[in-house]
Design a protein around this ligand. Sequence first.
Ligand code: UDP
Ligand code: MG
Length: 328
Amino acid sequence: MAAETDANRKLIAILVPCFNEEAGLEALVNAVKTGLVDGDISQRYDFELLLVNDGSRDNSLAVMKDLRQKHSFVNYLNLSRNFGKENAMLAGMDYSRGDAVVIMDADLQQPVEVIPAMIKKWEEGYDDVYGISPKRPKESWVRRFLSVNYYRVLKRMSRVDTLPNVGDFRLLDRSCVEAACSLRETQRNTKAIIAWIGFDKAAVEFQKVESMRRSRFSIGSLLHLAIDGITSFTTAPLRFATVMGMMVSFISFLYMMFVFVRTLIYGDPVKGYPSLAILILFLGGCQLLALGIIGEYIGKIFKETKRRPPYIAESLNGEKIRGNKSER
Ligand code: UDP
Ligand code: MG
């Protein structure tokens, strides 16, 4: 008991964004309890579990309330609606206490047993200890294909080094958390933000466990996240549109010269409908693509200029929140 009142003991917050997780929350709390709160590591550290209820439509909130009554290390933050995992993680970082924050998923795909290894790296002086899972768990080939290629494209385009097989599972020193919280963009990509802020990084390997439930992200929502991830971190697609425009103009110019010379030599027998149709369709397609890319960025500018907070927190441990931290 004496240890618990020691003010010098460091606190580590386990941050878990939760969307419709009623079925898994108890297992999560138990895993954190046996692995950390009652584990060997508890001799040196205190832990808090911060559950962020991201507008669940099931009974998650009631389950959280219940778990809080049973376990004092459980805290829960309730958002006013579903803001998406990225914003829920920001909310959690804003409200988490502690000298370090560990972010993990509610479905225990990342084993709690890895966290002491992360803490060890943190003690060695690393500020951002990320989990890397070289072997992917069973998932559909569509997901795997999209994921692998997405990171390839993102890396090529943005020069921000977001690694494949690295998720949001990581330990962040308080300094990293503050830096990440100071970036208040509403269309967040936490992984890219953490890569962008820098700091000393270290990897800890773990084996991703197969999830007991279906993913909360559909292929469609992942596609949106992917486009957001690229457009919020690089303007390379705009450059691509420019380069493509230049190339197409150049080729068109050559073709124009060709048609001009041919007409001079052979006259103009009114033919050429197919080539005309092809040109119109091709150029029209290029223009639409470029417009779409520009539109993506204008949409981003539009959303950010409204300066809305990235999330709205309603209550912490059942108590109404006044003066939202999200409007910094
Ligand atoms: N999540 C969230 N808000 C959402 C969607 C998901 O907070 O809108 C949480 C979810 O509860 C889980 C984590 O994000 O804790 C990862 O979700 P999931 O395991 O379904 O995704 P996966 O990465 O395994 O496909
Ligand atoms: Mg999962």
